[in-house]
Write a protein that binds this ligand. Structure first.
Ligand SMILES: [Mn+2]
Length: 321
């Protein structure tokens, strides 16, 4: 059983690094920090690296101050790569993977390149946190309040507050266990969700003004350009939930968020409401994700990228007509 195999690795090795994807979210952060707490409890030497800025909204999480930016020249016996289907998404931390003797890849994304020495992939799990919970329980690791807070954050955020279809009865059983450790879950929720800066609201007004509807109002597109971030004094993370504004419009099946990264390069997020498999659309452009939430990068000029996306979405809409 893979759970016990990984338990043996944790026993046998001593020098660990934990890495996860750039543009950190609640699941990547929660996963890293929960595993960090378990490895520490087992008296292991462990470092965490993220090649990105840490979102302020997760700074309440225990041990988050121990996450460091990538440091050149470090070498670890065993590297845990969490919540990351593609080593390219690790940014500079990818280097740690190539140098390690043992790489343990733990993830729930269907498009995972299985780049680990050991790959623990469960595409039915709501979050990487949910997989880690199983791993910890199978190995009789104690899930204390700190660990539970991290795992709860993973599951809460990747299920959109338990409202996405990836939420299962097992998810709720796990969450029940986590809550019984005494975590202050309403406080965790409001630390993550009930907060907006002035800059974020200003950015929202700019992004919402780009709203464009297509395919008989079944597709809603929002766009964000680097200038908007500057003008409103907000950062990219502030925009992470904006796509829901377009998805929530009555009659919309597919929501698209187009984010200009550099001139002629756009990061695309896709969400669908009921029917369309947006992962297939993202994969068409070399990206990936889940049925209801996926992403990709498309190169070209803005109008061309938009047309390409709408044409591709149309093919998937036609199927359901
Ligand atoms: Mn995840």
């Amino acid at each position: 059983m893979i759970h016990l195999q990984i338990g043996k690795i944790i026993r046998d090795y001593n020098n660990f690094a934990i890495v996860s994807h750039t543009s950190p979210d609640g699941d990547s952060m929660g996963s890293m920090l929960s595993l960090y707490s378990i490895l520490q409890q087992n008296n292991k030497k462990v470092d965490m690296f993220l090649d990105d800025v840490l979102p302020e909204r997760y700074s309440f999480l225990p041990f988050s101050e121990a996450i460091r930016p990538f440091i050149e020249g470090k070498k670890y016996d065993c590297v845990f790569a969490l919540d990351c289907g593609d080593p390219e998404r690790l940014g500079k931390c990818k280097e740690l993977i190539s140098k390690a003797m043992m790489v343990v890849n733990i993830d729930h994304h269907i498009s995972n390149y299985l780049y680990g020495t050991i790959n623990m992939l469960d595409i039915n799990a709501s979050s990487t946190g949910e997989i880690l919970y199983d791993l910890f329980i199978s190995n009789n690791y104690e899930i204390n309040k700190d660990t539970a807070e991290c795992l709860y954050t993973s599951i809460l955020t990747d299920t959109g507050g338990f409202k996405y279809s990836n939420t299962t009865s097992k998810t709720f059983r796990i969450v029940g266990d986590l809550i019984s450790t005494g975590i202050d879950f309403p406080k965790i929720y409001s630390s993550i969700y009930d907060r907006k800066s002035i800059g974020q609201v200003k950015l929202m007004s700019r992004v919402v003004s780009t709203l464009d509807m297509a395919l008989d109002n079944r597709v809603a597109l929002l766009s964000m350009f680097p200038g908007m971030l500057k003008e409103s004094g907000a950062n990219e993370e502030d925009a992470s939930e904006f796509i829901n504004i377009s998805r929530d419009i009555d009659g919309v099946e597919v929501a698209v968020f187009i984010k200009e990264k550099t001139n002629q390069s756009f990061r695309i997020s896709l969400r669908s409401k009921n029917v369309v498999d947006v992962r297939k659309i993202a994969e068409r452009f070399g990206g990936g994700g889940h049925i209801r939430a996926a992403g990709c990068t498309v190169e070209g000029n803005y109008e061309m990228v938009k047309t390409l996306l709408i044409d591709e979405i149309k093919k998937h809409m036609d199927v359901i007509d």
